[in-house]
Design a protein around this ligand. Structure first.
Ligand code: UD1
Length: 340
């Protein structure tokens, strides 16, 4: 059984990826400092898969504890690195927290690959590196634009750090997955997104509004240059996203890479406006959503969606879950949370 280290494995994307890895026969080791998640997630992963991942409450950004943990888990062949701070607004307020956590964590992961002979890495990057692309859909060749937040900047800087490191370390490989907007929850409603406080992202805000936790959803601007005036994004199901990581691991295991560092867009290829997403949510769940149009949110991109043809062809991966199913899963998860 191949052993994989998943940093940040109890988080939203991490936990769903752990489930899919275990379902495909991988042995999973999680390092997570639980800064934005809970250890209960491990029990719920076990309820879904019948397998308990090894777990350490470990801060990947702290080299001593991270390396100590790794020295206790031999035979790791690949790392999927999720552990990072991810709130865009908070990153503007506390830039050093983001640079310290996200950059140190990345450096430690790369040093660990060398120190512990771990050849393969999947890095969780973001479509935020493209900024507002000139041409849509956006391909992997689109130019990188100046980051709009310290959070976004850490994704760009980390891509560069990986590039520089791999160019002088033969035999080590990385696939950076540039996620579009991950949404949804596991169909079992045992794991999902657990936003701290008031959600900044659209779908958790929608489900909390539908559940009556929030009074009203604010739609940030309807004066954009889009058909209905609201911004357009590419919303991708969390299970589809999780499976992209397995495709990336397989590609490296089979040595199918064209270069030591590759980038892939992980989206559906379909752009949806905020109003279209709200409508789809209402249709999928039968719940009428209370919303109002307010002013634009600073830093928001007008429109972005993925050209996924390169990922489809090279990774042999494709997003397949219909959006209605995704939104229904997000809603079921929210209802389950409210019951507890
Ligand atoms: C943001 C970040 C992105 C990050 C992602 C996940 C920016 C520019 N991008 O993406 O880097 O990877 O979060 O954390 O900050 N919206 C509303 N009302 C709400 C919330 C959102 O109308 O209450 C709208 C937004 O204006 C946007 C869309 O919904 O048009 C999606 O927003 P969100 O879920 O926050 O994701 P992004 O802004 O696309």
């Amino acid at each position: 059984m191949k052993k994989i280290l998943v940093t940040g494995g109890t988080g939203f994307i991490g936990s769903h990826t752990v489930v899919e890895l275990q379902n495909k026969g991988y042995e999973v080791v999680i390092a997570d400092n639980l800064s934005n998640s809970s250890e209960n997630v491990i029990d719920n992963i076990f309820k879904i898969t019948g397998k308990k991942p090894a777990f350490g409450k470990v801060d990947v950004a702290e080299k001593d504890q991270f390396f100590k943990f790794l020295s206790q888990h031999s035979g790791i062949e690949s790392i999927i690195h999720f552990a990072a701070s991810k709130a865009v607004g908070e990153s503007v307020q506390q830039p050093l927290k983001y640079y310290r956590n996200n950059i140190n964590g990345m450096i430690n992961v790369l040093e660990a690959m060398k120190e512990f002979n771990i050849p393969n890495l999947v890095f969780s990057s973001s479509c935020t590196v493209y900024g507002q692309p000139e041409k849509l859909p956006v391909t992997e060749q689109s130019p990188i634009q100046p980051a709009l937040s310290p959070y976004g900047n850490t994704k760009q800087i980390n891509e560069e750090i990986i590039h520089d490191f791999l160019s002088v370390n033969q035999g080590l490989h990385c696939i950076a997955l540039r996620y579009f907007n991950p949404v949804g929850a596991h169909p079992s409603s045992l794991i999902g997104e657990l936003p701290l406080g008031v959600p900044a992202n659209l779908v958790p805000f929608i489900t909390q509004t539908a559940a009556g936790i929030r009074e009203c959803l604010s739609v940030f601007g309807n004066d954009y240059n889009t058909p209905d005036g609201t911004p357009i994004r590419d919303y991708i199901d969390i299970i589809d996203l999780a499976n992209a990581h397995i495709a990336a691991i397989n590609r490296m295991e089979e040595n199918k890479q064209k270069s030591s560092l590759e980038f892939f867009n992980i989206g559906t290829g379909r752009g949806l406006s905020v109003l279209e997403l709200i409508k789809t949510f209402e249709e999928a769940t039968g719940v009428k959503l209370n919303y109002k149009i307010v002013g634009r949110r600073a830093g928001d991109i007008e429109k972005v969606w993925a050209d996924t043809s390169y990922a489809n062809k090279e990774l042999g991966w494709k997003a397949v879950v219909p959006l209605k199913e995704t939104l229904l899963n997000a809603w079921k998860w929210q209802q389950k949370l409210a019951d507890n």
